[in-house]
Design a protein around this ligand. Sequence first.
Ligand code: DX5
Ligand code: ZN
Length: 220
Amino acid sequence: MVEIAPSILSADFARLGEEISAVERGGASVVHVDVMDGHFVPNITVGLPVVKAVARQTRLIIDAHLMIEEPGRYAEQFVEAGAQMVSVHVEIDPHINRTLSAIKSGGAMAGVAINPATSLVSIEEALPFADFVLLMSVNPGFGGQKFIQTSLDKLRRLRAMIDERRLGTRIEIDGGIDRSNINDVVAAGAEIIVAGSAVFNTPDPAQAVRDLRNATAQWV
Ligand code: DX5
Ligand code: ZN
């Protein structure tokens, strides 16, 4: 099943509740929250209080994408705050299997996130510990960047890697997705589609989610 996960990074934070209600009306099933610490990535965004506030406001699944140093120290706190999906970057966690297991023990789905320039080999051993892989199709840090075209081939190779091992790991893709390329990423094996600017930098975010869903209707 294809799921649309709007990233609130591009939302109007002064009207966050309304923005989330709008994407819920449009048929989104996941809210993607980009947590950045100004160290792992060159930007600072939001953290635990915002996840808690969003959890009070919506019944959608909250997906915390941790772009922070020492993710192992904080991952469980995001589960306690209400995130049902938590992803951790392989580039910054030398004990990622332990972190993924801790996220799962807390009752959430655990994701291994991987940057565009990081080889898939680096997540091979972590795959059996992960419920999903978050494949970055831009360099993390900012919304509104251009989709890196080589991500499509990487996505196909990741799909094959998971299928060969007969794992049920789902693939989430993040960065530069809009109506023009959503079909390509779904065809290549992605199931959870993050979209920030393509949803919130439009006059009608509910309709933008509907349009993305309609674009993938053939895959449902
Ligand atoms: C980038 C973030 C993304 C971002 C996506 O570092 O991880 O989730 O918000 O935004 P768009 O869809 O505009 O590329
Ligand atoms: Zn993200």
